[in-house]
Design a protein around this ligand. Structure first.
Ligand SMILES: C[S@@+](CC[C@H](N)C(=O)[O-])C[C@H]1O[C@@H](n2cnc3c(N)ncnc32)[C@H](O)[C@@H]1O
Length: 225
Protein backbone atom coordinates (compact mmCIF):
# COMPACT_ATOMS: atom_id res chain seq x y z
CA UNK A 1 0.00 0.00 0.00
CA UNK A 2 1.23 3.51 -0.88
CA UNK A 3 2.14 5.66 2.10
CA UNK A 4 0.64 9.08 2.78
CA UNK A 5 2.62 12.12 1.66
CA UNK A 6 2.38 15.87 2.30
CA UNK A 7 2.01 16.67 -1.41
CA UNK A 8 1.98 14.48 -4.52
CA UNK A 9 4.33 16.72 -6.47
CA UNK A 10 7.74 18.03 -5.50
CA UNK A 11 6.86 21.16 -7.52
CA UNK A 12 4.38 23.48 -5.83
CA UNK A 13 3.39 25.10 -9.13
CA UNK A 14 2.44 21.69 -10.61
CA UNK A 15 0.35 20.80 -7.55
CA UNK A 16 -1.34 24.18 -7.13
CA UNK A 17 -1.83 24.68 -10.88
CA UNK A 18 -4.05 21.64 -11.32
CA UNK A 19 -7.23 23.29 -10.03
CA UNK A 20 -7.17 25.98 -12.72
CA UNK A 21 -5.79 23.74 -15.47
CA UNK A 22 -8.35 21.00 -14.94
CA UNK A 23 -11.47 23.12 -14.49
CA UNK A 24 -12.58 22.95 -18.14
CA UNK A 25 -12.01 19.17 -18.19
CA UNK A 26 -14.01 18.62 -14.98
CA UNK A 27 -16.84 20.58 -16.63
CA UNK A 28 -16.76 18.19 -19.61
CA UNK A 29 -16.62 15.16 -17.30
CA UNK A 30 -19.73 16.37 -15.50
CA UNK A 31 -21.52 17.05 -18.79
CA UNK A 32 -20.66 13.53 -19.97
CA UNK A 33 -21.97 11.80 -16.84
CA UNK A 34 -24.92 13.89 -15.65
CA UNK A 35 -26.06 12.79 -12.22
CA UNK A 36 -29.71 12.13 -11.56
CA UNK A 37 -31.37 15.26 -10.17
CA UNK A 38 -32.21 15.15 -6.49
CA UNK A 39 -30.16 15.10 -3.36
CA UNK A 40 -29.88 11.35 -2.86
CA UNK A 41 -26.55 10.53 -4.47
CA UNK A 42 -23.37 9.69 -2.63
CA UNK A 43 -20.35 10.60 -4.71
CA UNK A 44 -16.72 9.53 -4.36
CA UNK A 45 -13.74 11.36 -5.93
CA UNK A 46 -10.60 9.22 -5.89
CA UNK A 47 -7.38 11.27 -5.95
CA UNK A 48 -9.28 14.49 -5.22
CA UNK A 49 -6.16 16.62 -4.54
CA UNK A 50 -7.38 20.10 -3.46
CA UNK A 51 -11.04 19.13 -3.87
CA UNK A 52 -12.14 21.27 -6.81
CA UNK A 53 -13.97 18.58 -8.76
CA UNK A 54 -16.49 17.76 -6.03
CA UNK A 55 -17.05 21.46 -5.32
CA UNK A 56 -17.88 22.03 -9.00
CA UNK A 57 -20.06 18.93 -9.20
CA UNK A 58 -22.03 19.87 -6.08
CA UNK A 59 -22.53 23.47 -7.24
CA UNK A 60 -23.95 22.21 -10.57
CA UNK A 61 -25.90 19.19 -9.36
CA UNK A 62 -26.34 19.03 -5.59
CA UNK A 63 -26.09 15.60 -4.01
CA UNK A 64 -26.44 14.22 -0.52
CA UNK A 65 -22.82 13.51 0.34
CA UNK A 66 -19.45 13.69 -1.36
CA UNK A 67 -16.18 12.19 -0.21
CA UNK A 68 -12.77 12.91 -1.68
CA UNK A 69 -9.79 10.67 -0.97
CA UNK A 70 -6.15 11.47 -1.64
CA UNK A 71 -2.77 10.38 -0.36
CA UNK A 72 -1.54 14.00 -0.25
CA UNK A 73 -2.33 15.31 3.24
CA UNK A 74 -1.71 19.02 2.53
CA UNK A 75 -4.00 18.88 -0.50
CA UNK A 76 -6.71 17.21 1.57
CA UNK A 77 -6.37 19.91 4.26
CA UNK A 78 -6.82 22.57 1.55
CA UNK A 79 -9.86 20.76 0.18
CA UNK A 80 -11.41 20.67 3.65
CA UNK A 81 -10.67 24.38 4.16
CA UNK A 82 -12.32 25.28 0.82
CA UNK A 83 -15.48 23.18 0.99
CA UNK A 84 -17.62 25.88 2.64
CA UNK A 85 -20.99 24.52 3.74
CA UNK A 86 -21.19 21.86 1.04
CA UNK A 87 -21.79 18.27 2.34
CA UNK A 88 -18.27 17.18 1.45
CA UNK A 89 -15.53 15.46 3.40
CA UNK A 90 -11.97 14.93 2.31
CA UNK A 91 -9.84 12.14 3.70
CA UNK A 92 -6.11 11.49 3.50
CA UNK A 93 -5.88 7.79 2.69
CA UNK A 94 -5.02 5.28 0.01
CA UNK A 95 -7.59 2.83 1.35
CA UNK A 96 -11.03 3.54 -0.11
CA UNK A 97 -12.69 1.75 2.83
CA UNK A 98 -11.85 4.86 4.86
CA UNK A 99 -14.33 6.78 2.66
CA UNK A 100 -17.24 4.57 3.76
CA UNK A 101 -19.34 2.58 1.29
CA UNK A 102 -22.55 2.45 -0.71
CA UNK A 103 -21.46 5.14 -3.18
CA UNK A 104 -23.84 5.77 -6.11
CA UNK A 105 -21.10 7.04 -8.40
CA UNK A 106 -17.33 7.45 -8.30
CA UNK A 107 -14.89 9.50 -10.33
CA UNK A 108 -11.19 9.90 -10.76
CA UNK A 109 -9.39 12.37 -12.99
CA UNK A 110 -5.77 11.68 -13.93
CA UNK A 111 -5.26 9.34 -11.00
CA UNK A 112 -5.63 5.80 -12.37
CA UNK A 113 -2.35 6.07 -14.28
CA UNK A 114 -0.57 6.57 -10.94
CA UNK A 115 -2.07 3.43 -9.37
CA UNK A 116 0.54 0.70 -9.48
CA UNK A 117 -1.76 -2.22 -8.60
CA UNK A 118 -4.84 -1.90 -10.82
CA UNK A 119 -6.28 -5.20 -9.59
CA UNK A 120 -6.25 -3.95 -6.01
CA UNK A 121 -7.72 -0.61 -7.13
CA UNK A 122 -10.58 -2.35 -8.98
CA UNK A 123 -11.28 -4.51 -5.91
CA UNK A 124 -11.30 -1.49 -3.60
CA UNK A 125 -13.67 0.40 -5.92
CA UNK A 126 -15.97 -2.63 -6.16
CA UNK A 127 -16.16 -2.83 -2.39
CA UNK A 128 -17.28 0.80 -1.88
CA UNK A 129 -19.85 1.10 -4.72
CA UNK A 130 -23.46 0.03 -4.45
CA UNK A 131 -24.69 -2.59 -6.98
CA UNK A 132 -25.33 -0.97 -10.38
CA UNK A 133 -23.07 2.00 -9.65
CA UNK A 134 -20.45 3.29 -12.07
CA UNK A 135 -16.87 4.44 -11.61
CA UNK A 136 -15.85 7.01 -14.25
CA UNK A 137 -12.06 7.04 -14.43
CA UNK A 138 -10.49 9.58 -16.77
CA UNK A 139 -6.93 9.63 -18.04
CA UNK A 140 -4.85 10.77 -20.98
CA UNK A 141 -1.76 9.17 -19.43
CA UNK A 142 -1.56 5.67 -20.83
CA UNK A 143 0.75 3.65 -23.04
CA UNK A 144 -1.55 3.93 -26.08
CA UNK A 145 -1.18 7.71 -26.27
CA UNK A 146 1.78 8.77 -28.44
CA UNK A 147 2.75 11.69 -26.18
CA UNK A 148 2.69 9.66 -22.98
CA UNK A 149 6.27 8.36 -23.16
CA UNK A 150 7.54 11.94 -22.89
CA UNK A 151 4.92 12.94 -20.31
CA UNK A 152 5.79 9.91 -18.20
CA UNK A 153 9.41 11.01 -17.99
CA UNK A 154 8.41 14.59 -17.20
CA UNK A 155 5.83 13.62 -14.56
CA UNK A 156 8.26 11.08 -13.11
CA UNK A 157 10.59 14.02 -12.47
CA UNK A 158 8.21 15.64 -9.97
CA UNK A 159 5.80 12.88 -8.83
CA UNK A 160 6.76 11.53 -5.40
CA UNK A 161 5.24 8.17 -6.38
CA UNK A 162 6.28 6.02 -9.36
CA UNK A 163 4.53 6.62 -12.69
CA UNK A 164 3.43 3.30 -14.25
CA UNK A 165 2.92 2.61 -17.96
CA UNK A 166 -0.58 1.09 -18.11
CA UNK A 167 -2.33 0.57 -21.44
CA UNK A 168 -6.06 1.02 -22.04
CA UNK A 169 -6.39 -2.76 -21.98
CA UNK A 170 -4.45 -3.06 -18.69
CA UNK A 171 -6.96 -0.72 -17.07
CA UNK A 172 -10.09 -2.29 -18.57
CA UNK A 173 -8.89 -5.85 -17.86
CA UNK A 174 -8.39 -5.11 -14.16
CA UNK A 175 -12.02 -4.01 -13.85
CA UNK A 176 -13.44 -6.77 -16.06
CA UNK A 177 -11.73 -9.34 -13.82
CA UNK A 178 -13.45 -7.84 -10.76
CA UNK A 179 -16.88 -8.27 -12.36
CA UNK A 180 -17.44 -4.77 -13.77
CA UNK A 181 -18.88 -4.09 -17.21
CA UNK A 182 -16.42 -1.73 -18.88
CA UNK A 183 -16.98 0.78 -21.67
CA UNK A 184 -14.87 3.77 -22.62
CA UNK A 185 -15.47 7.06 -24.37
CA UNK A 186 -13.50 9.78 -26.10
CA UNK A 187 -15.53 12.33 -24.17
CA UNK A 188 -13.53 15.35 -25.42
CA UNK A 189 -13.92 14.40 -29.09
CA UNK A 190 -16.45 17.19 -29.68
CA UNK A 191 -15.44 19.50 -26.84
CA UNK A 192 -14.16 23.06 -27.23
CA UNK A 193 -10.52 22.61 -26.23
CA UNK A 194 -8.61 25.68 -24.99
CA UNK A 195 -5.70 26.47 -27.33
CA UNK A 196 -2.56 27.82 -25.69
CA UNK A 197 0.17 27.30 -28.26
CA UNK A 198 3.17 25.02 -27.68
CA UNK A 199 3.77 24.02 -24.04
CA UNK A 200 5.77 21.56 -21.97
CA UNK A 201 3.08 18.94 -22.66
CA UNK A 202 2.04 19.71 -26.25
CA UNK A 203 4.42 20.57 -29.12
CA UNK A 204 1.59 22.38 -30.96
CA UNK A 205 -2.11 23.16 -30.77
CA UNK A 206 -2.70 20.48 -33.42
CA UNK A 207 -1.10 17.91 -31.10
CA UNK A 208 -3.20 19.24 -28.21
CA UNK A 209 -6.42 18.83 -30.22
CA UNK A 210 -5.48 15.35 -31.46
CA UNK A 211 -4.38 14.15 -28.06
CA UNK A 212 -7.35 15.39 -26.06
CA UNK A 213 -9.89 14.33 -28.70
CA UNK A 214 -8.41 10.88 -29.28
CA UNK A 215 -6.55 9.80 -26.18
CA UNK A 216 -8.27 11.44 -23.20
CA UNK A 217 -10.31 8.39 -22.24
CA UNK A 218 -13.19 8.07 -19.81
CA UNK A 219 -13.56 4.50 -18.57
CA UNK A 220 -17.07 3.66 -17.35
CA UNK A 221 -16.81 0.70 -14.98
CA UNK A 222 -20.25 -0.48 -13.87
CA UNK A 223 -21.12 -3.09 -11.28
CA UNK A 224 -23.99 -5.48 -11.98
CA UNK A 225 -27.27 -4.26 -10.41
C1 LIG B 1 -2.46 14.32 -11.37
S1 LIG B 1 -3.18 14.55 -9.80
C2 LIG B 1 -4.92 14.81 -10.24
C3 LIG B 1 -5.68 15.47 -9.13
C4 LIG B 1 -7.16 15.76 -9.40
N1 LIG B 1 -7.92 14.54 -9.60
C5 LIG B 1 -7.36 16.72 -10.54
O1 LIG B 1 -8.14 16.43 -11.45
O2 LIG B 1 -6.77 17.80 -10.49
C6 LIG B 1 -3.17 12.92 -9.11
C7 LIG B 1 -3.66 12.88 -7.67
O3 LIG B 1 -3.85 11.50 -7.32
C8 LIG B 1 -3.40 11.30 -6.01
N2 LIG B 1 -3.13 9.85 -5.87
C9 LIG B 1 -2.25 9.11 -6.55
N3 LIG B 1 -2.30 7.82 -6.17
C10 LIG B 1 -3.25 7.75 -5.21
C11 LIG B 1 -3.76 6.68 -4.41
N4 LIG B 1 -3.32 5.42 -4.52
N5 LIG B 1 -4.74 6.98 -3.52
C12 LIG B 1 -5.19 8.25 -3.38
N6 LIG B 1 -4.74 9.29 -4.10
C13 LIG B 1 -3.78 9.05 -5.01
C14 LIG B 1 -2.18 12.22 -5.91
O4 LIG B 1 -1.82 12.49 -4.58
C15 LIG B 1 -2.68 13.46 -6.67
O5 LIG B 1 -3.33 14.35 -5.81
Amino acid sequence: MTVLLDTWSTEKAEEDGMTDEHTWIWRQMIAATALPKGDFSRVLDIGCNQGGFLRMLYDQTPFAKGVGVDLAQDAVAMAEARKGDRPLSYIASTDLKDAGGGFDIAYSHEVIYLIRDLKDHARQVRDVLRPGATYHAVTCCHADSPLYAGWREKIGGFSKIPVPNHSITDISTAFLKEGFQVTASRFLANAAIPLEGPSDYFPSDAARLDTYATWKIMFHCTLPA
